[in-house]
Design a protein around this ligand. Structure first.
Ligand code: URA
Length: 383
């Protein structure tokens, strides 16, 4: 059925009925597994067998300010694993890794298969935009799910994510399932999603690790393409916020464990911390930038990156910051995306004390969007 749909032999109405039935009735594991494999095999399956070493892929279900891949990839590659990631663009209110990388001057996100494989062998890390040939069934089915309001279905989400990961060809798959108000799935369903992703990946012969991480507020302080790149570089230099460190070290720990570098997640986390402290992860980031066409000196000189006009949002009264409407903040940041350095940098996070007149956030971008965004952002913070 999946293959016939991709070939155009099955009409949209029939596929809609099929998806709607899955949405309403669910599927057992065996069924999800076969659907996933059919979707993975609907296009090209990347063969990484000529690349030496253990290949690791990473996926996030999408969060606001989620710049983890920019850190995870060089961190894990600096520890001796090979990071291979075919990445998507922004989905809804969350940003896509490819969009962030593309905002770096010179960085090439569309590598040919030969370039991709050669870079994996030379540098141990390559991130490229997903091609049309990778699991084409997912693209078609996702768009139909969106139109018939069948996105929030665990079997459909699992088959969508895992079909792309299986077609990507890595040995180890690390998945970050976001849970909380800024995530696309309700919190109580995150655990169910995590269990199913793990089960289906293992049935397909992959070494899989899934972590549920909080998304009640943006991860770190920066939201927006270049702003997140700068925060990721600062992190690799050893100046990172705690919440970002927890997620990055934890996912790297899982990768080192599942990739056979050590015997437990905890040992893997220690390996990750050491690589960060030694500067090896930052060095690998610079090599990665150079390999994909960017100037490696951006790691020490931010003047090589674009900058935008800045306006502060200040508090109208004093109080404790008790809520950030994360989804709305992501949408407002998108408004500022017309400029590559557009976005929002938080000055306060949940639980912080705020004095009247103090900065809650800095907005970056260009007019007239900047003033529009400043007005909209006022209702995002609750004191
Ligand atoms: N991300 C995906 O790739 N697919 C889904 O269905 C949901 C999130």
């Amino acid at each position: 059925m999946v293959h016939s749909y991709v070939k155009g032999e099955i009409r949209e109405g029939e596929m809609s009925a099929f998806l709607m039935t899955i949405f309403l009735k669910g599927m057992n594991r065996e069924e999800v597994y076969h659907l996933t494999l059919a979707m993975a095999r609907s296009g090209e399956m990347l063969d990484l067998s000529k690349v030496e070493g253990i290949k690791v892929d990473k996926h996030s279900t999408g969060g606001v300010g989620d710049k983890v891949t920019l850190i995870f990839a060089p961190l894990v590659a600096s520890g001796g694993l090979v990071v291979s990631k075919l990445s998507g663009r922004a989905l809804g209110h969350t940003g896509g890794t490819v969009d962030k990388l593309e905002s770096i001057p010179g960085f090439r996100v569309s590598l040919s298969k030969e370039e991709y494989l050669s870079q994996l062998k030379r540098v141990g890390i390559a991130v490229s935009s997903q091609t049309e040939e990778l699991a084409p069934a997912d693209k078609l089915i996702y768009s139909l799910r969106d139109r018939i309001s069948c996105v929030e279905s665990i079997p459909l989400i699992v088959s969508s994510i895992m079909s792309k990961k299986i077609a990507g060809g890595a040995d180890v798959i690390v998945i970050d399932v976001k849970s909380g108000k800024g995530a696309f799935l309700r919190a109580e369903r995150a655990k169910e999603l995590a269990e199913e992703l793990l089960a289906i990946g293992e049935m397909a012969g992959k070494r899989v690790a899934v972590e549920i991480t909080p998304m009640d507020q943006p991860l770190g302080y920066a939201v927006g393409r270049i702003l997140e790149v700068k925060e990721a570089i600062n992190f690799l230099r050893g100046e990172g916020p705690k919440d970002l460190e927890e997620v990055c070290v934890s996912l790297a720990g899982l990768a080192f464990w599942k990739g056979g570098i050590c015997n437990s997640k905890e040992e893997g986390e220690e390996v990750g911390r050491k690589l960060l402290r030694s500067g090896k992860a930052l060095e690998k980031f610079a090599q990665w930038m150079e390999a994909q066409g960017a100037n490696p000196r951006i790691v020490e000189d931010f003047s090589l990156l674009p900058t935008a006009e800045c306006k502060p949002l200040t508090a109208q009264r004093e109080g404790i910051l008790i809520d950030i409407d994360c989804k709305r903040l992501g949408e407002i940041s998108h408004l500022l995306d017309v400029h590559p350095a557009g976005g929002i940098v938080l000055r306060k996070k949940l639980g912080d004390r705020v004095e009247k007149g103090e900065e809650l956030a800095l907005l970056y971008g260009e007019q007239p969007y900047l003033d529009e965004a400043l007005e909209s952002l006022k209702s995002v913070f609750s004191l």
